[in-house]
Design a protein around this ligand. Structure first.
Ligand code: THU
Length: 138
């Protein structure tokens, strides 16, 4: 588990903020961008994609995770999320649980404001005493 380098962090901020532009959010008008950094240095972005049948929508963080997993990425340095609000928004409960499936509980989750300021919390702080893959009987 390593933190992002300064160069990686700068790119992470840029890509996360830019990812908001791909949001499809005609109902909420609430743009969300997300970006995962893999241990091999790849950046995988995502945005929220809503649906006229509201529950069928998907959050930005899960879009990024689903893209990453289906493209074969398994090891992540961090994830970041950005919205158009200040203070920064934090990932919803379903996204936290989805992260829990694929990411180390010590992984940093960065939350950006529109002007690029960030807060960071570990996944374990956002989702304490979580239920994960190892908790199921073998
Ligand atoms: N949303 C995200 O993309 N990520 C979150 O963690 C919270 C909420 C999206 C879902 C919906 O498209 C919009 O924000 C309003 O809830």
């Amino acid at each position: 588990m390593r933190p992002p380098t300064k160069e990686e962090f700068d790119q992470l901020r840029e890509k996360t903020l830019a990812a908001r532009e791909s949001a499809y959010c005609p109902y909420s008008k609430f743009r969300v961008g997300a970006c995962l950094l893999t241990t091999s240095g790849s950046f995988i972005t995502g945005a929220n994609v809503e649906n006229a049948s509201y529950p069928a929508g998907i959050c930005a963080e899960r879009t990024a995770l689903v893209k990453a997993i289906t493209e074969g990425h398994k090891d992540f340095v961090c994830i970041a999320v950005a919205t158009d609000i200040n203070p920064a928004a934090s990932p919803c409960g379903i996204c936290r649980q989805t992260m829990r499936e694929f990411c180390d509980v010590g992984m940093p989750v960065y939350m950006f404001t529109p002007d690029g300021k960030s807060e960071v919390m570990k996944l374990d702080e956002l989702l304490p005493r979580s239920f994960g893959p190892d908790d199921l009987p073998k």
